[in-house]
Structures are given as structure tokens and as C-alpha cells.
Design a protein around this ligand. Structure first.
Ligand SMILES: [Zn+2]
Length: 229
């Protein structure tokens, strides 16, 4: 019985706070070579998606730390640096980390990246929704997103490079097209969408910590009961 309580508490806790990934040295070196200007001390990788997108089609996402001004967290549904597809996803998310860093610090979720990312999404979505319907507009808003296009170009180029050279991790002699010191993003956003992006980020920034504390309040007694009995 006590083991059951401990297991539930553990599952609940890690559903809210996914497990930190200890990166292997090869992947670390590769990321540092491809994105040499990123301060990797401020980046953490996690196995498991955040609770609010668990079960969605998303297989990885980069988000700001909830309780910090600088830390950036990359979450992976499945972390697989030993496969080409898995490694390409890591390279893709690395590009988003670069975008976060270039766009500056903030408070918790309130980062310029978050505001611009959501604003760009809304701008594309509402441009297409009347003519094409919500499903297609949603797809276009993701595929034509100005922050996604270079990230996908990067991971595609990385995959092609690996396949061409029949090597899994080409840490040395990387082609210059793969190395990025800046993300190159400059926002071109109409004010209403910028405002929407800001308000969404603000709402999420304020609500998320309370929801997570609520989950912790449920998990804590289960943990205590599991330890005592
Ligand atoms: Zn992406």
C-alpha cells in the first residue's frame, strides 16, 4: 500500500516536473560547437513534456524556467541522441535556445521570445482562419512561423549532413552553415498580435505556478503517507 502511494506521488511529481537529463559528452560537445555563443550553463534538458502539453502531438519544446530570469528548459517527449531523428530534434531545439538567448532575459515565463512566438503564431493564424478554416490556419501558423522556419532548416541541414557523411555526430569539421552565433530573428508584428502574445504570456506566467503548487499539495500527503505506513 505504501509503495502504491509513493509511486502515485512520484508519478504526479514528475508529471509536473519532468526528470532532468544528464547529457552525454558527445551531444554536449556537438551543441557547443554548433551554437558556440549559447551559455549552456543556463540550459537544462528534461525527459518528458510539461503537463500542459502532455499527450499532444508535440515531441519537444523549449520554455523559460518558471522561477528564474535566465534559465531555459528544453523538454523532450523521448530523448534519443543516439538516433539521427532524435539528434536532429535536439539540434532543432538548440536553435530555439539561441532565439531565447538572443531575445533577452525576463521574469519567469515573461520573455521576449514567448511574447514574439505567440504573437507571430496569432498573426499567421488569424490571417488564414477565415479563408482556410482553423485546422489549416493552425498548421500554416506553425509551418510558416518565422521562428520555426530557421529551426527546421537547421535540423534538416544537420540530418542531410550526417547522411551525406555517413557519420552520426560530425563534431569536428562542421560546415559553416550549421554553426550559428545569432538567430537572426527580428520581429515584424502588428500591435494587436503583439498585445495578444503579451497577454497570453502574462496570463500563463501568473497561473502556471499556482497550478503547479496545487499539484504539489496533492502529491505531498501521498508521499508522507507512503513513507510512514
Ligand atoms: Zn521548433
Amino acid at each position: 500500500m505504501s509503495k502504491r502511494f509513493l509511486r502515485i506521488a512520484d508519478t504526479l511529481y514528475h508529471w509536473v516536473f519532468p526528470r532532468v537529463i544528464e547529457q552525454d559528452a558527445e551531444t554536449q560537445t556537438l551543441l557547443r560547437n554548433i551554437y558556440p555563443t549559447i551559455n549552456w550553463q543556463k540550459v537544462r534538458f528534461y525527459e518528458g513534456l510539461p503537463w500542459f502539453i502532455a499527450g499532444s502531438y508535440v515531441n519537444a519544446i523549449v520554455l523559460p524556467a518558471t522561477w528564474n530570469r535566465q534559465y531555459i528548459h528544453a523538454y523532450f517527449a523521448v530523448y534519443q541522441p543516439d538516433t539521427l531523428a532524435g539528434l536532429s530534434t535536439i539540434i532543432h531545439e538548440g536553435f530555439h535556445v539561441l532565439q531565447y538567448q538572443d531575445l533577452g532575459k525576463g521574469i519567469g515565463f515573461m520573455r521576449r521570445f514567448m511574447v514574439c512566438y505567440l504573437a507571430d503564431y496569432f498573426q499567421l493564424f488569424f490571417k488564414n482562419i477565415l479563408k482556410k478554416g482553423s485546422q489549416v490556419a493552425n498548421r500554416i501558423a506553425y509551418e510558416k512561423h518565422p521562428m520555426e522556419i530557421p529551426a527546421y532548416t537547421q535540423d534538416r541541414y544537420f540530418s542531410q549532413h550526417c547522411l551525406r557523411h555517413k557519420m552520426r555526430i560530425p563534431s569536428t569539421q562542421l560546415p559553416s552553415q550549421l554553426i550559428h552565433t545569432h538567430c537572426g530573428y527580428s520581429p515584424q508584428l502588428a500591435f494587436p498580435f503583439l498585445l495578444m502574445g503579451f497577454l497570453m504570456t502574462l496570463l500563463f506566467m501568473l497561473i502556471k505556478p499556482f497550478i503547479e503548487v496545487f499539484f504539489l499539495i496533492i502529491a505531498a500527503p501521498m508521499y508522507v503517507i507512503g513513507r510512514i505506513f
